[in-house]
Design a protein around this ligand. Sequence first.
Ligand code: SAM
Ligand code: SF4
Length: 325
Amino acid sequence: MLVDRFDRLISYLRISVTDRCNFRCVYCMPAEGIAVSPRSELLSFEEITRVASVGAELGLRKIRLTGGEPTVRRDLPQLVEMLASIRGIEEVAMTTNAALLDELAAPLKDAGMSRLNISLDTLDRDKAARIARRDEWDRVQRGIEAAQREGFGLKFNAVVMRGWNDDELGNLVSFAHSCGAPMRFIEWMPMGLTGQTDRNQTVSWREMLGHLQTRFDLEPEAPTGADPAKMWRCQRTGARIGFISSMSDHFCATCNRMRLTAQGELRPCLHQNAEVDVRRLLRGGASDDELAGAFREAAGLKWAGHRMNDIIPLYSSKDMVSIGG
Ligand code: SAM
Ligand code: SF4
């Protein structure tokens, strides 16, 4: 079992498979100048699978692939198949911008992926292009359709930023519900270079709820396990809404996750500048026991909670795209 200093059981590994992306979202990465790693510095599928297997021996049960944009990593279904066949791993899921799902949804499903979180910040084509700094609207729409066709368990996620998309919350809820999926709203988090903009861009979950209550008759759902989202339900339509309130009401006390960056660092927390270099161990011929030691070391480093709201706040020096959201 992997337990940290605060008695939290770590059972969920988010694996970044690439630091590249076909979008340039304003909240995630700078428009230009972001350094991407040469291929040789990224973990191979075999290396990722080995780390995940050792993690599964320690009690990891769920894996989520992320990035950068995970679908830009070549032959991704092959990795999904390798991860899904690890003994102990119960679920392989992915977070994606959906632009490449038209081609990939079917092979990913066949490979054993069961759930997708799709990032969808707006229903306005022009605004989507401004947020992503790319016009990929048609491909995203086709990707969403492909995901539905393949029968994935779906959730939609939007990062809510003041003055950008905070006027669209109700419409996003209705769209997600028409796809049979919950709509989750993420509080914008200041990170890396992109975090050096105005912090007023964060819209708190209570403010979002206030807006939505003017349109929907909402009731709270009972919290489940380590789900970071506070879930609400529209009594009339059954539409489900989640709030991921990392800034205004963090959920660190029930955190069950750890991250593996594309370059092979185990990162105990998104917002903590601490990493354990697993790639060096893997490439230096380390035993499974030594890799298990790296997991324990990373769990031991985990803070009780992030420090983005301290009087002197501590932010991740890396942008989200370089860690894996
Ligand atoms: N490219 C994929 C995508 O966009 O879904 C996966 C990687 S992305 C880094 C993972 C998640 O992080 C997305 O839901 C994205 O919206 C979210 N995210 C990125 N930067 C963020 C920020 N500064 N604050 C809050 N959420 C952020
Ligand atoms: Fe790419 Fe996802 Fe970051 Fe947008 S949020 S730039 S799609 S990694």
